[in-house]
Write a protein that binds this ligand. Sequence first.
Ligand SMILES: Nc1nc2c([nH]c(=O)n2[C@H]2C[C@H](O)[C@@H](COP(=O)(O)OP(=O)(O)OP(=O)(O)O)O2)c(=O)[nH]1
Length: 143
Amino acid sequence: MSSTERTPVDVAVGVLIDVNDRFLLTSRPEGKVYAGYWEFPGGKLEAGETVEQALRRELIEELGITIGHAHPWKIEMMDYPHALVRLHFCKVYEWEGEFQMREQQTMAWQTLPVQVTPVLPGTVPVLQWFASERGFQGATHQG
Ligand SMILES: Nc1nc2c([nH]c(=O)n2[C@H]2C[C@H](O)[C@@H](COP(=O)(O)OP(=O)(O)OP(=O)(O)O)O2)c(=O)[nH]1
């Protein structure tokens, strides 16, 4: 594979946390790689966008909500057969609007251990970070 194809793709990912400390997972829609896998909502940066701008745009497009401030949390590289991605995880505590599944996905508010399955490989590290933060012991998800 050429080096051009392995240039990392930057992805803005939103870790939405509600007042009960639950976090939001969404299932990837049909037609995308890893369709049906659960992940944190987000998507690729477009030219000239910051992570926060991309995240705000993606969550309007996918979920119909407008987020407040995106708090940068962690950056993680994932090397998939389809792409090398650089995931910019941001915590989000404030948003406006009603959730609408605009891409026929499904959403689920979760705590540890996560009940939905399967979880996208690039989502698993986040569950470990939550486990550390929250003093959770044991398996973070099934499978
Ligand atoms: N949204 C999201 N993507 C993740 C996570 N973990 C992870 O490895 N990824 C990967 C999967 C994809 O390769 C990439 C996101 O790209 P995507 O295809 O969902 O983005 P997009 O909505 O811009 O897609 P498209 O317009 O090109 O169809 O990041 C995660 O928790 N959330």
